[in-house]
Ligand binder design. Structure first.
Ligand code: AMP
Length: 230
């Protein structure tokens, strides 16, 4: 199963990608994590991309494409998160892989802003622990959001590996957040249309309920595409 997951920043894409990866034994490849790992290592690439990531701008295509391509080499079953972000990247991806299905998460901007500023991630780069302190109960344009917080068992400590939890610098910069949401609207949404035109099956879900409920809806959608054997 070769899956892509799309959703605006703050929609919980990373969390859903992890849950589906666990459930179906998929390799999870997250473009943002690959880039942040380079920055943390202080590699040559890391030095080049740091200012882009801090400002919430897309890093040069050649760098992201090369990192993602290397990660996907030989993977038969994967879920790719955060890539492709624009049509150019989608065309590059088409050159080396054929996607079977796409998951798309929907949410209103007001909810995303609340979720992003309340997000805490594990400081250990090889752990994908991800938490959120926002407690949201509201209705927007007929969509009822019931989103309880996702808290660690011990304050500011990752349940999975015991490392400290931190906030991402670009999550604390309101200008960067708005830029990332604008890039999604202007550059990433056309990618979704690009894949729809190609006839790739989509599973489209609102992230308006606790994670387990939304995961269940995704699984149901995937079963309609791949059959009950998955
Ligand atoms: P994310 O973790 O998906 O929110 O991404 C954080 C930042 O990493 C983005 O604001 C971009 O600066 C960079 N980034 C992540 N994925 C890509 C991509 N596919 N192409 C270019 N830049 C990316």
């Amino acid at each position: 199963m070769k899956l892509l997951i799309f959703g605006p920043q703050g929609s919980g894409k990373g969390t859903y990608a992890s849950r589906l990866a666990e459930k179906f034994g998929l390799k999870k490849v997250t473009a943002g994590d690959l880039l942040r790992a380079e920055i943390k290592k202080g590699s040559e690439i890391g030095k080049i991309i740091k200012p882009y990531v801090e400002k919430g701008e897309l890093v040069p295509k050649e760098i992201t494409v090369a990192l993602v391509k290397k990660e996907l080499e030989g993977a038969e079953n994967f879920i790719l998160d955060g890539f492709p972000r624009d049509i150019e990247q989608a065309k590059e991806l088409d050159k080396f892989v054929k996607i079977d299905a796409i998951i798309k998460l929907n949410a209103h901007e007001e909810i995303l802003l609340e979720k992003i500023s309340a997000r805490w991630i594990c400081s250990n780069p090889s752990c994908d622990g991800n938490y959120n302190t926002a407690d949201i109960h509201k209705v927007i344009e007929g969509i009822e959001y019931i989103l309880p917080p996702l808290l660690p068992k011990k304050d500011l400590i990752c349940d999975k590996c015991g490392s400290k939890l931190v906030q991402r610098e670009d999550d604390l910069n309101i200008e960067a957040i708005k830029r990332r949401l604008k890039i999604y609207e202007e550059q990433t949404k056309p990618v979704i249309e690009y894949y729809k035109k190609k006839g790739i099956p989509f599973v489209e879900v609102w992230m308006n309920r606790p994670v387990d409920v939304v995961v269940e809806k995704m699984v149901e959608g995937l079963k309609k595409i791949f059959g009950n054997k998955i």
